[in-house]
Write a protein that binds this ligand. Structure first.
Ligand code: SF4
Ligand code: SF4
Length: 313
């Protein structure tokens, strides 16, 4: 698999980044041994880049996948830490849990936070810069869904890598449109930032046109690497083939849909209720609830959620 230099960092990462979120307790909750098997399969197929986070609960899966593997692995993790001490703890936790000496990238886990992030978490960022100077981490990053945060990060000397949300539908992009996010990405690229993309399949909503989804994101200047969450070996093979422009089984459905889950990120906006053709959704105590007896798993509600709080698992 082709390796791509990430901006001005010393990192050369595979074009496919293994997204570890879906196998963890926030989504499919796979046993670490099972998840490790899938990650190891990806490593053996040439993937050297894994994206995780302190909040994902997947360090065990990754550590097991690494056991006895001789090749290079670059791990990106993220933390919501605000203070220097909290970030220091997050780094140490990752190093211990992942059984490693250095981390590839540590991001400020910013998701929905605007540029005020850099004031609120200035001490956490200072910690990352210190640990980079000491060689404990190789790059400092920001993972975000919002356009103004990408723009602000692009102008900062202490940020090496930006991990923005972008997809052809613009689903989940905050603080601006899809095209404004694309412009912010271009600006970040022109300032030498390393970039890789999240939610290229819009949380699974673009799986019917994977090639179109990838073509859009990989057509953006400086965006050569995509993080894709995967939970089985076939999915890994499918994405590798797509990125290498090889034939794939277009009918393959990667995740067996069993039920609809509404995560803790739901903020009760009610958008999904209008989309449901079956009256399966309602609001209760500020959160959406699903009546499993009425839900027909059509997925119509999923694209309407600005928080990616609706999941088919
Ligand atoms: S999957 Fe379809 S039926 Fe189920 S809650 Fe969503 S819109 Fe309603
Ligand atoms: S659209 Fe998303 S955030 Fe809004 S109520 Fe539905 S699940 Fe919650």
């Amino acid at each position: 698999m082709r390796k791509v230099p990430l901006g001005k960092t010393s990192l050369a990462v595979s074009q496919l980044c293994f997204g570890a979120l879906p196998m963890g307790p926030l989504q499919r909750d796979m046993p670490p041994e099972e998840g490790a098997r899938v990650i190891r399969h990806a490593l053996e197929r040439g993937v050297n880049f894994i994206d995780t986070a302190q909040a994902y609960g997947t360090y065990d899966h990754i550590r097991l996948a690494k056991e006895g593997y001789g090749g290079e692995i670059i791990i990106a993790t993220k933390s919501y830490a605000e203070t220097y001490q909290e970030m220091e703890r997050a780094i140490r936790e990752a190093l211990t849990a992942l059984d490693g000496d250095a981390l590839g990238i540590v991001h400020l886990h910013a998701a929905r936070v605007g540029p005020e992030l850099f004031a609120i978490r200035s001490e956490a960022l200072r910690c990352l810069v210190d640990y980079k100077k000491r060689g404990v981490i190789r790059a400092v990053g920001v993972a975000t869904h919002t356009v103004p945060t990408v723009r602000a990060a692009a102008g900062r000397d202490d940020v090496d890598v930006i991990f923005p949300l972008i997809n052809v539908r613009g689903q989940g992009v905050q603080g601006g449109s899809r095209d404004e996010m694309a412009e912010a990405i271009l600006e970040a690229h022109s300032r030498g930032k390393g970039l890789y993309a999240m939610k290229v399949y819009a949380g699974g909503n673009l799986l019917h046109d994977r090639r179109g989804a990838l073509d859009y994101v990989l057509g953006l200047p400086g965006m050569e690497v995509v993080a894709i969450g995967m939970v089985d070996e076939k999915e890994v093979d499918m994405n590798i083939k797509l990125l290498q422009d090889e034939e794939v089984d277009e009918n393959y459905v990667p995740i067996t849909t069993k039920k609809l889950v509404i995560s803790r990120f739901c903020r009760g906006c009610g958008s999904c209720l209008e989309a449901c053709p079956n009256g399966a959704l309602s609001l209760s105590e500020g959160k959406a609830r699903v009546d499993e007896g009425l839900c027909i798993l059509c997925g119509y509600c999923n694209p309407l959620c600005p928080e990616f709080a609706i999941r088919m698992v």
